[in-house]
Ligand binder design. Structure first.
Ligand code: HEM
Length: 139
């Protein structure tokens, strides 16, 4: 039996908590994500990217919480509103590309990366992504 909570937590710690290269991980994520399509970079034309990277790290923490406790939090609500149709208007299908980009980046930075770790990240972030997609037109 695989414990995907444990696999995810261990990998998360390796790439985002106990990693001196944490900043590089976040830089690399945006590089991979932007390379997936020109349209994606356009969303961030006026964005202060270093602040954005810190927010991404925080948001992964709250996405993890949502997966672990299945209870929404104010941060998730705020994030969903920012991305929704009424604000940044992020089309729901871009979240799958976001997750693929994140997994690709983890594969480069987690020395223990394998299929189980990949699945653990996908399982762990799916509830938060479902939430964000669902809230697209709810504001
Ligand atoms: C579940 C996946 C995602 C997470 C966790 C996430 C996280 C965040 C966070 C924390 C913010 C800052 C919110 C604030 O202003 O307080 C943000 C802003 C933003 N995100 Fe995302 N995001 C995700 C997916 C996406 C996708 C797929 C796109 C599509 C291109 C996107 C585009 C943006 C844009 C344009 C902003 C606003 C940047 C600005 O203020 O200039 N995000 N995101």
């Amino acid at each position: 039996m695989k414990d995907y909570v444990e696999l995810f937590n261990a990998s998360y710690r390796r790439v985002l908590e106990f990693n001196d290269e944490k900043k590089k991980f976040l830089d690399r994520f945006y590089e991979v994500f932007f390379a997936k399509s020109e349209g994606i970079a356009d969303f961030f034309k006026h964005t202060h990217m270093s602040a954005q990277k810190t927010m991404l790290q925080d948001s992964l923490f709250y996405m993890r919480d949502f997966f672990l406790y299945r209870t929404t939090n104010e941060y998730m609500q705020h994030m969903a509103k920012v991305h929704s149709k009424s604000e940044k208007n992020v089309p729901p299908e871009l979240y799958d590309i976001w997750l693929d980009s994140l997994v690709e980046t983890v594969s480069e930075y987690d020395p223990e990366f394998d299929d189980d770790i990949e699945l653990a990240w996908r399982v762990a972030l799916s509830p938060g992504i479902t939430y964000m997609k669902y809230m697209y037109d709810k504001f």
